[in-house]
Design a protein around this ligand. Structure first.
Ligand code: GKR
Ligand code: MG
Length: 420
């Protein structure tokens, strides 16, 4: 099937003031939605980042796609390499590690690869997991993604999650998530409060949810010494400790002393990072993310590489909508070596661009959709509304640090990297 048109639509959706080491989430999260429209009218869907720098590259690729055969993925790679060239896409938040030409190419390619696989599946009448080799699980388990948060956006009324800055409030947030979605694993986004307070919060979670696997992720906000101290304080409590400190050397220092495995979505973010990390024994778990690991097939390749080095695989998430969740579910379903429940920001959004019903959480897991392609349908009115929101909100790139400085004053906030 040849492509007639590739339609790229930037969208925005409301996001609560969630805190991380870099600052605070702005009132809207940005994403991009691509529709690959074939000459026979079949359409494939993809979703990825919505920052202007990413959109600029994706737009250039979209313009080149008319006439391209949707089964020709090597051809797609060539188009992306030609168009993106040596460009390095950077972002302001730095929460997914370093930037490089390779990571930029992998990210742009991934957006279109997912849409191509969706289109292929629709044409063949088969779900994407079949195109990835068949499913090894019927449902995919996710973890609750707990955040410290402010009670309200600047100048706005409070949201119904309320302010969460204490262990008690955090346990309340976890109760709501577990009650609504049935999550087992609980992940706390750390790097926000002093490490002793975050350690106490994890202990409170352990007390309130006995038997639930726990994780904390300060996005590299701690020094190696602090990370080692926290790791010992949480011995027997955490299933893994995620990105406690920046860089392979720092992670290796911590890994040598920590009683639990270290996980990362910051120091191993492309295939070239694997060898030095393995050599240094810096990580025990890699968090895959098809959005920047080169799509669904390269995510499976990452899984095989991790298995051969005895490294576990989990899955990273950023604020996302239903097309991304569908892609995450399909690749997770078709990936044998997936050792942990995947991350998702799903509970933090109130709207979507897909028709409801295809993806539902039960007992912390999503049943893999059986329909053709990704098994989700675009809701054109919802897409139009989300695009309107994008135009109206005036944001063009995610800037958690800039927004935090508007809350607390420019001089009183220093973003992460060994802040404690
Ligand atoms: O949404 O604030 C957030 C997260 O901090 C996200 O941006 C990270 O990339 O979830 C991510 C992580 O695990 O590092
Ligand atoms: Mg992380």
């Amino acid at each position: 099937m040849r492509i007639r048109e590739a339609v790229l639509t930037p969208v925005a959706f409301a996001d609560p003031p969630l805190l991380n080491a870099m600052g605070v989430h702005e009132p809207y999260a940005l994403r991009s939605v691509v529709q690959l429209v074939g000459e026979d009218g079949v359409t494939g869907l993809g979703e990825s980042y919505g920052d202007e720098g990413f959109l600029a590259q994706a737009r250039k690729v979209a313009e080149q796609l008319p006439g391209w055969d949707v089964f020709d993925l090597p051809g797609l790679r060539r188009i992306v390499e030609r168009v993106v060239g040596e460009t390095v896409h950077t972002d302001l938040h730095g929460l997914t590690g370093g930037f490089s030409v390779g990571k930029t190419l992998a990210s742009v390619y991934a957006l279109f690869e997912v849409a191509a696989l969706d289109a292929q599946g629709r044409l063949l009448g088969r779900p994407v997991y079949d195109l990835l080799g068949g499913r090894v699980r019927d449902e995919v388990e996710f973890s609750a993604y707990l955040f410290y948060k402010f009670g309200a956006h600047l100048g706005a009324a409070g949201d119904d999650w309320g302010e969460v800055l204490t262990p008690e409030a955090l346990v309340g947030q976890a109760r709501r998530m577990v009650g609504t979605y049935g999550f087992r694993s609980l992940k706390l986004k750390g790097g926000v409060l002093p490490p002793e307070q975050e350690t106490e919060a994890v202990r409170a979670l352990a007390g309130a949810f006995p038997g639930h696997p726990l994780r904390i992720d300060p996005n590299g906000a701690w020094t190696p010494d602090t990370a080692i101290r926290v790791a010992h304080a949480l011995d027997g409590v955490l299933e893994y400790l995620e990105d406690p400190t920046p860089g392979t050397a720092g992670m290796a220092r911590v890994a040598a002393r920590a009683p639990m495995p270290l996980a990362t979505n910051m120091c191993v973010v492309r295939f070239a990072d694997l060898e030095p990390a393995v050599r240094a024994r810096a990580v025990g778990v890699v968090l895959s993310d098809h959005h920047f690991w080169g799509g669904l097939r390269d995510t499976q390749a990452l899984s095989v590489a991790c298995r051969s080095f005895g490294i576990g695989l989990s899955m990273h998430s950023n604020s996302h909508l239903g097309i991304s969740l569908a892609a995450m579910v399909h690749v997770a379903a078709a990936t044998e070596h997936l050792s942990y429940a995947c991350d998702t920001h799903w509970p933090w959004k109130e709207s979507d661009v897909i028709a409801p019903g295809a993806l539902e959480f039960r007992d912390g897991a999503v049943r893999v959709p059986d329909g053709p392609g990704l098994g989700v349908e675009l809701d054109p009115d919802a897409l139009a509304r989300a695009h309107e929101t994008y135009l109206r909100c005036g944001l063009t790139q995610r800037d958690d640090t800039g927004y935090m400085r508007r809350y607390v004053g420019a001089s009183s906030f220093r973003p992460h990297t060994e802040r404690w």
